[in-house]
Design a protein around this ligand. Structure first.
Ligand code: PAF
Length: 292
């Protein structure tokens, strides 16, 4: 495991000298099965996989969960190693933002003001800044991100293109719990009652998908169905629901192929996001439950 720039360099230099290609999977730790599929995809795209584990203060606003974000570095390192990750880079905040850091940040542009943007001021600026720094430190050939954070993945793709960063960006499918809840490190915050209700988020998206498959394409009707099903769960409070083009994130008046419903929902004090491609040929993969 590497904690410092020197340790990271020492781990990467022999790989590069041997001509290995490198895939980076940036994470904030508290790894779950969704992350493991990112490692698997990364392993299929490059000779060597580097995972970063860093809870980036820059992407949290005041009052968010920075101070209680779940962390278990030993377990994360074991899990990452079991899925073929050759190097874990787990820097301290002072390594990523050392004294003398002058505060140059990456601005997400107008797409950063859509969907989650207005509700998490500064969030995407923080994400893009840390991802650009990780790209600079690791210099990966390819980087893999999860589809659950669709807006984040698109903004990172845009950043790479606009700033000519020369990293291939791949997006891995969203992975769900057996009851449909999108896998997230933040699911750990949910009480048993909240956890039961949280499955209603996917149920709401599926209900809209069902309508779409019956021929309904009007955004208003599809989003009303999402609200109606969420409304059956008292602990779920909708922040936003939008029908969007999955590449541009433009709001759509009418759904077609690949159109996606993106939502953010508060379940008690936990904020969860999810998205579903309407009419998808195959359902999102679900985690296989482990016995015992
Ligand atoms: O998706 C995440 O876990 C984070 O936003 C990321 C990409 C690791 C940047 O801190």
């Amino acid at each position: 495991m590497a904690h410092t720039r020197d340790e990271l360099r020492a781990a990467l230099t022999p790989l590069r000298a041997g001509g290995a290609t490198i895939a980076l999977v940036p994470t904030m730790g508290a790894l779950h099965s969704g992350h493991l599929t990112l490692f698997d995809m990364a392993g299929s795209l490059a000779d060597s996989v580097v995972a970063s584990i860093f809870v980036n203060p820059l992407q949290f606003s005041a009052g968010e969960d920075l101070d209680r974000y779940p962390a278990d570095l030993d377990a994360d390192v074991r899990l990452a190693g079991s899925r073929g990750v050759s190097t874990v880079f787990a820097p301290e905040v002072a390594v990523m933002y050392p004294e003398g850091y002058s505060g140059v940040h990456v601005q997400p542009g107008p797409l950063g003001d859509r969907l989650c943007g207005p509700f998490r001021p500064g969030h995407f600026e923080g994400v893009l800044t840390v991802v650009a720094k990780l790209f600079g430190l690791v210099r990966p050939d390819v980087a893999v991100f999860g589809r659950k954070d669709l807006q984040q993945a698109i903004l990172i793709r845009n950043m790479v293109r606009d700033l000519e960063l020369g990293v291939r960006v791949e997006v891995a499918p969203l992975v769900r719990e057996p009851d449909g809840l999108a896998m997230s490190s933040r699911n750990k915050y949910l009480s048993p009652g909240e956890r039961r209700d949280a499955a209603g988020i996917h149920a709401a998206l599926e209900a809209a998908d069902h309508l779409f498959r019956q021929g309904v394409s009007d955004a208003g009707a599809l989003l009303d169905r999402v609200r109606e099903v969420l409304g059956q769960h008292p602990r779920l409070q909708l922040e936003y629901a939008e029908l969007v083009d999955p590449e541009s994130l433009d709001a759509l008046a009418s759904a077609g192929a690949e159109s996606t419903i993106a939502v953010a929902v508060h379940c008690g004090s936990t904020r969860l996001i999810d998205n579903l491609v309407l009419g998808a040929a195959s359902p999102d993969p679900r985690m296989v439950p482990v016995d015992g």
